[in-house]
Design a protein around this ligand. Structure first.
Ligand SMILES: [Zn+2]
Length: 487
């Protein structure tokens, strides 16, 4: 055979071979072809629940204003990450997602209906999560949240349920998971069906190490036992709002740094950390609580950044939100082009603490009390001294609604959103004075911001859907691509 025809033959052989090679590797090869990235041994996924650009920017504007210097922003640790993108959040049934469908998208790459945890829209197919894939690949896995660990976002990393409200089933799946570290808000034992073992009992039987305070958390040593570390706040199973925390409260950052120490091993780890109460603060239209929890969330990110600085060639940190909550805007009709973010600093406790520590006893002790009697507490906790006639009218009306009960009418909902009328009116007044406004007590459909630092971080630049966070993270973890799991 002559040289030229040999060349031709080789070229033909190549043409014939290439498609069959691709075919033989299946969908996995064709998908990964598009995105080439190095692999990371340690991957952190931080999710600020209800945190979009305005929640981040409000925290940054407040931090800058507090320094008493010029107008501007004091950036958070994660908003300085070199890779940044915008992420759409709509789900399979609604442009405005909830945390269950958003968590499913981020954890599995699949769109589903609001309220559904890791199942398809017909609620018959179960999806495998990125955390389960990482565990199957030999890595250690941690799931951390400032809200109860059976809440929608953390549940999306280990459970499959037709409804996020099936707390007991979700908790049982947590107990039967093979993950290494769960930390944060306590599981909802109050949802245990009559005659069944509660999830703490199931975990104890299965040999989990359970730490319910700081001493027990600090005493834990790296090993093979599964760990569940929890605490609960004064108002429920979640941790307290950051602005209400006392010295003996364990913060999201402390659970994160302990998690890093316990999970660090040569096969690597995957860790999801949720700032869950940013969302709850925004549902209640409380900017001070949202800003302080966003800063607390950033403090947890800083623990991961410290780890990254020790392992820069092997670590990826992703920070995103699952959706926006509250329709927060920087700018209010009444303040036009002005803002006064330092006003937020006048608030000394969250709406939740005000309801619990001030309003509840006030109502009990003064069932026929007046707004004037409550004013000293309002002055102390919200820094509101004098009221304009318009504010005064709003507050008087809200006080009466809090004392005598709220109607089910449209106006009552628009004014108070099902919250304590006096508390939500106080945060509205203070937030508006600062130049912040709210459009909703629910989620909104605006995109969230996504940030990345470290190995493969460049994949997170651009404008993409929340399902792609799964694909990008799975690529960097070397897990291949998203596939449907068995029925
Ligand atoms: Zn929410």
């Amino acid at each position: 055979m002559k040289m030229s025809s040999l060349k031709k033959y080789a070229a033909l052989l190549l043409v014939l071979l290439v498609p069959s090679l691709i075919w033989a590797e299946g969908a996995r090869e064709t998908e990964t072809e598009e995105i080439q990235a190095s692999q990371a041994r340690y991957v952190f996924l931080f999710i600020g629940d209800g945190m979009a650009l305005t929640q981040i920017n409000a925290a940054e504007a407040y931090l800058k204003a507090r320094q008493n210097t010029s107008v501007g922003v004091e950036k958070l640790a994660f908003s300085q990450f070199p890779n940044q993108g915008l992420t759409t959040t709509y789900d399979a049934g609604s442009f405005i997602t909830d945390s269950a469908s958003a968590g499913t998208a981020i954890a599995t790459g699949n769109k589903t209906l609001s309220g559904v945890i890791n199942m398809d829209t017909s609620k018959s197919i179960k999806y495998t999560t990125i955390a389960e894939m990482a565990k199957a690949a030999g890595m250690k896995v941690g799931v951390i949240s400032s809200v109860n660990l059976d809440h929608a976002t953390p549940a999306c990393f280990y459970a499959k349920e037709a409804s996020r409200n099936n707390y007991y089933n979700i908790g049982v799946q947590l107990a039967h998971s093979n993950f290494d570290y769960f930390a944060g808000g306590m599981l909802r034992l109050d949802k245990t069906p009559q005659g069944q073992k509660n999830v703490h009992e199931i975990m104890a039987e299965k040999g989990w190490l359970i730490a319910s305070n700081r001493e027990e958390l600090q005493a834990l040593r790296p090993g093979n036992r599964q760990v569940y570390a929890y605490s609960k706040g004064f108002a429920g199973n979640a941790l307290d709002y950051a602005m209400d925390m006392k010295a003996d409260n364990i913060s999201l950052a402390e659970y994160t740094s302990r998690g890093i120490e316990l999970l660090d091993n040569e096969n690597g780890f995957f860790m999801m950390v949720e700032g869950g109460k940013i969302d709850w603060a925004c549902h209640a239209n409380d900017a001070a609580a949202s800003i302080n929890d966003t800063i607390a969330f950033d403090n947890a990110v800083k623990e991961a950044v410290d780890f990254y600085n020790r392992h820069p060639e092997e670590t990826l940190i992703i920070v995103t939100g699952d959706h926006e909550t509250g329709g927060l805007s920087l700018g209010f009709a009444g303040t036009k082009y002005d803002s006064a973010f330092t006003e937020i600093g006048r608030q000394k406790m969250s709406f939740e603490a005000f309801d619990h520590y001030v309003l509840k006893p006030f109502k009990q002790n003064n069932p026929t009390g007046s707004l004037a009697q409550l004013m000293p507490e309002i002055r102390k906790n919200f820094g509101i001294d004098s009221l304009s006639p318009y504010e005064s009218e709003l507050l008087e009306k809200a006080f009466n609604a809090s004392m005598k009960g709220v109607g089910e009418d449209e106006e009552s909902y628009l004014l108070y959103g099902g919250y304590e009328p006096i508390s939500v009116t106080l945060t509205h007044i203070l937030n508006n004075r600062a130049g912040l406004a709210w459009a909703s007590y629910s989620h909104t459909g605006v995109p969230v911001a996504t940030f990345a630092l470290g190995v493969g971080g460049e994949l997170f630049n651009g404008y993409y859907d929340n399902t792609e966070i799964f694909q990008k993270a799975a690529t960097v973890l070397g897990l291949g691509v998203p596939v449907l799991a068995s029925r």
